[in-house]
Design a protein around this ligand. Structure first.
Ligand code: DON
Length: 432
């Protein structure tokens, strides 16, 4: 069956293979030497299964696709507050290499433009440039699930042609954003841009973000969920530079592009996409990369704001198992909207039962907000002289009894019914 998806991918890629619009980045001479026809498309499902189409083994330099990962590393190492003091999170609407800081705060507008990325590299702890770079290099490699190499020719070329980045770094130093020697920090930044990846590496790195920071194949946690959430937020608002609005409207995924021709795109909870094609549009984004992502999003329904199942389906069924005991069968993933709907329904019907039993055997997952709401639900049922039980064989609600007042939890409906019988005569002492 996997060949169905493979065929879809091959077809979408084939639709754009003849498009040779755009041009190679030439402001770094070495980037002008690559084969312009290279075109690879990789898709990593959140469980680590990878589909590949075209030149997915071709290595190219990660360039600006590195920016979200160094930002994530800085956040991991220093925490949000310290990083926020040096780098903003506002879209700039400017070119990636604009020599700019925010007019009011005097810090880079966001970590996806060069100014913010150079500031992020400066925040990665390390006694020397080598220490900092080693940390970055290892971090990217764990995201990709393999040891990545550096392209020394591209690195030398970046160093030799990096006047604009030097201007940015010295400007940042003058505003007190950079602690340390700007040239040393630039050396780290140039090296991070010169790390070699394939489209499959980018797909896996993106899938790690899609999994909230857990690398799908190794199962290793690389970054915290909070750091990933912040990183994806800046990718969605600033990842495609001054073409971000167009990208979000048409593709609808947090993403980052680089002048090496790579794009990494993330559909949280579902998948990561990596594309390589080095011919760039005027804004520095891969022409075929953008086109193929538009095609994938439209054909596979990947836009993150596409209308999904409504939460009214949370309650699968409700019935009285005997007079006074009403069972509410829930299913799917329980998040705020679903839990709110359950609370309202249980509340609205509470004159019709003595005991409400929430049957969660078919619930896949529940977040902390929904858990807290269920905890509160029992409190208000008890206050109204009623009782609330939960049937939770897979222990999805039990994972965090943060509020301590979660309804009594049973492994089976029979056990809950037994307790409900006691409840109506002599209350049972404790839940299962
Ligand atoms: O800062 C630079 O010039 C590059 N090494 C990285 C730029 C880049 O990839 C911009 N992305 N579109």
């Amino acid at each position: 069956m996997a060949e169905l998806v493979q065929r879809m991918l091959d077809q979408i890629r084939a639709e754009h293979a003849d498009n040779d619009d755009g041009k190679l980045a030439d402001y770094i001479p070495e980037l002008d030497r690559v084969d312009p026809s290279g075109f690879g498309l990789s898709l990593s499902i959140a469980d680590g299964y990878v589909y590949e189409s075209g030149d997915t083994a071709t290595e190219f330099t990660i360039q600006s696709v590195s920016k979200p990962f160094t930002y994530a590393l800085a956040l991991e190492c220093l925490g949000m507050e310290a990083v926020d003091a040096k780098i903003g999170v506002e879209p700039s609407g400017e070119a990636f290499n604009e020599i700019s800081v925010d007019k009011t705060t005097k810090i880079p507008k966001n970590p996806m433009i060069n100014a913010g990325a150079i500031a992020a590299a400066s925040l990665v702890p390390g006694a020397t440039a080598d220490d900092r770079f080693d940390r970055i290099h290892e971090f990217y490699s764990t995201f990709a699930g393999r040891e990545l190499a550096v392209d020394h020719d591209v690195y030398n070329s970046e160093q030799a042609s990096g006047s604009r980045n030097r201007a940015i770094a010295y400007m940042l130093q003058s505003f007190g954003v950079l602690d340390g020697d700007p040239d040393e920090i630039l050396d780290v930044y140039f090296r991070q841009c010169s790390i070699k990846v394939t489209s499959t590496d980018l797909a896996r790195m993106a899938a790690t973000l899609a999994r909230g920071g857990v690398e799908p194949v190794t199962g290793r946690r690389v970054a915290s969920a909070a750091v990933v959430q912040r990183t994806l937020s800046v990718m969605i608002t600033c990842g495609m530079y001054d073409a971000t609005g167009d990208w979000v409207s048409a593709v609808g995924m947090p993403a980052k592009s680089g002048v090496g021709g790579g794009i990494a795109a993330v559909l949280p909870g579902q998948l990561g996409i990596g594309v390589y094609s080095p011919l760039l549009d005027a804004k520095g984004n891969s022409v075929r990369g953008v086109a193929v992502c538009r095609g994938l999003s439209a054909n596979l329904g990947l836009h993150f704001l596409s209308h999904t199942r409504e939460s009214r389906s949370t309650i699968r069924n409700a019935y009285d198992v005997r007079p006074g005991v009403r069972v509410f069968e829930l299913h799917g993933d329980l998040l705020f909207a679903g839990a709110e709907q359950v609370l309202r329904r249980v509340d609205g019907e509470r004159d019709e039962f003595e005991v409400a039993i929430l049957e969660l055997s078919r619930v896949d997952d529940i977040d902390d907000a929904a858990r807290r709401m269920f905890a509160g639900m029992r409190e208000s049922l008890v206050a109204a002289g009623k009782e609330g039980f939960v049937v939770d064989p897979d222990r999805v609600v039990e994972a965090s009894h943060t509020e301590g007042a979660v309804a009594r939890v049973f492994g089976t409906l029979e056990e809950a019914l037994g307790a409900a019988g006691n409840e109506r005569g002599a209350p049972a002492e404790s839940g299962g």
